[in-house]
Design a protein around this ligand. Structure first.
Ligand code: GLU
Length: 475
């Protein structure tokens, strides 16, 4: 069967890919690998492809694939062309295994599991390498039985394989450590090692940027490239992400799924920026745009040492991205966040209010959850329901002072300077400081203690709503 290459390698064009196995969710490490591949390709006018390595039929449910597609989409890592299913390409993988067989780079191995087991036990008893050495490697085909066989690739018996890795440098592996790996099992199914190479070649992948847990696989995968006479891609194996304690990032450290960060309300732009900095650097730059990252991203800037996930830094960078996003775009993102968290959609009044308040909400919000919390004063259409802290701030004395303030606000011109003067005047008349009035005012206007400044709230709410809230509290 002849299958066309999915995308012929056009000269000079960079093609990268992310090739996740569906595990049910998208790990933050996969997101970072995807981001590096995306930045590398996009910064060079290249292509970035998505392949789902779904050959494990039990784990590869549609929901597991969907989790990856969703994660990639939310992160804004758009890929070129359709999502490629590895499983859909099994015939092509088998075809390549047979080509290697025909060219003498692979052979039929009739050894049974029991025989392999016996070989290993004997080797172990003699203190020798337990790598299986098939008796069929050089067997005369005339001696082949009429039974099931696996196809094994012929690995070199001596010398070494050198992986010229862009991050790890020259990695040397003694060929005595490589066995004749199976490329096609006796049931006719291709192995993962074969499928990855065939797919990468057919998809025209020029640069394989992936976790360094695949470094050893590279040496074995190179056997297939060599057997087929295919040009090798450039390899860049990036160190894994560690938790703050220097151990491999896991649930113990906090969220590991991309969806969890989305649910916590971190903006995708901030996530991209933070993840780019996680294991890659460009001078001292911490805060940057996608365009800058695309321009700067290079394999040289990838650190050799594992990076540590730093939640504080993530929050800081996300906060800067929120503050730097235009109000209308931010509103859209906030609405996306609300929808994803299952909240009711905003009414048009709430949308207008949120948009008017955005200028003061976006400062110092680490995530959308915090922004929404601060927006309570403007999203609440009726009377506010003060929380515990707000109730405590509204003692009798301060209620009295707020009562004095109300009539003065009736006639004040509604601008920041005047409002500041009026509130300061009332504070002074009561022998208190402006700062002392801020707590009760916050409580009255928002029913919360974490809010934008009282003057910003007054300006956003306007005279009628401000006075209504102060009056409500007095009652
Ligand atoms: N499917 C592999 C994984 O999820 C990635 C393979 C590759 O990038 O070559 O770890």
């Amino acid at each position: 069967m002849v299958i066309e290459r999915l995308m012929p390698m056009s000269s000079g064009q960079v093609v990268t890919r992310i090739a996740p196995s569906p595990t049910g969710y998208m790990h933050i490490g996969t997101a970072r690998t995807a981001l590096f591949n995306w930045l590398f390709a996009r910064g060079r006018g290249g292509k970035f492809l998505l392949r789902i390595e779904d050959t494990d039929r039990e784990r590869s449910t549609p929901a597991a694939t969907e989790a990856i597609v969703k994660g990639m989409t939310w992160l804004g890592l758009e890929w070129d062309g359709d999502v490629v299913s590895q499983f859909a390409r099994v015939d092509r993988h088998a075809e390549v295994a047979h080509q290697m067989l025909a060219s003498g780079h692979a052979y039929k191995c009739y050894s049974t599991q029991d025989e392999i087991q016996t070989f290993r036990e004997a080797a172990r008893a003699e203190g020798k390498s337990t790598l299986f050495r098939s008796p069929w490697r050089d067997a005369d085909p005339a001696t082949h039985p009429d039974g099931p066989y696996a196809i094994r690739v012929k690995a070199p018996l001596d010398g070494e394989t050198i992986i010229d890795d862009q991050v790890q440098g020259q990695v040397r592996i003694r060929n005595t450590e490589l066995d004749d790996m199976i490329v096609l099992r006796s049931d006719g199914t291709p192995t993962y090692m074969l499928a990855v190479v065939v797919d990468d070649f057919d998809m025209g992948v020029t640069h394989v940027i992936r976790g360094d847990d695949h470094l050893n696989n590279a040496a074995r995968q190179m056997l297939v490239y060599a057997a087929m006479g295919w040009p090798l891609p450039v390899y860049a194996h990036i160190p894994l992400i560690f938790g703050p304690d220097g151990k491999k990032m896991s649930k113990r450290h906090g969220a590991t799924g991309v969806d969890e960060y989305q649910a916590m309300g971190y903006p995708a732009s901030g996530m991209r920026n933070y993840l780019a900095r996680l294991g890659w650097s460009h001078g001292d730059d911490e805060f940057f745009s996608d365009a800058e990252a695309m321009e700067w991203f290079d394999l040289d800037g990838i650190n050799r040492a594992p990076s540590r996930f730093d939640f504080k830094k993530l929050e800081n960078i996300c906060g800067q991205h929120i503050a730097a996003t235009e109000d209308a775009a931010l509103l859209q993102e906030v609405e996306g966040f609300l929808a994803a968290s299952g909240a009711d959609p905003l009414t048009s009044g709430q949308r207008d209010g949120l948009l008017r308040a955005m200028y003061c909400l976006k400062e110092r919000s680490k995530n959308f959850a915090e922004l929404i919390e601060k927006a309570y004063f403007v999203l609440t259409e009726g009377a506010v329901e003060p929380d515990e802290k707000a109730v405590a701030a509204l003692d009798l004395v301060s209620r009295g002072i707020l009562g004095e303030l109300t009539p003065q606000l009736q006639n004040a011109s509604w601008d920041r300077t005047t409002l500041e003067e009026v509130v300061a005047g009332v504070a002074e008349a009561n022998d208190t400081k402006l700062g002392k009035l801020a707590g009760p005012l916050r409580a009255a206007l928002a029913g919360r203690s974490v809010t934008p400044s009282v003057f910003d709230m007054m300006l956003v709410l306007g005279r009628d709503r401000t006075i209504a809230r102060l009056t409500d509290i007095k009652a």
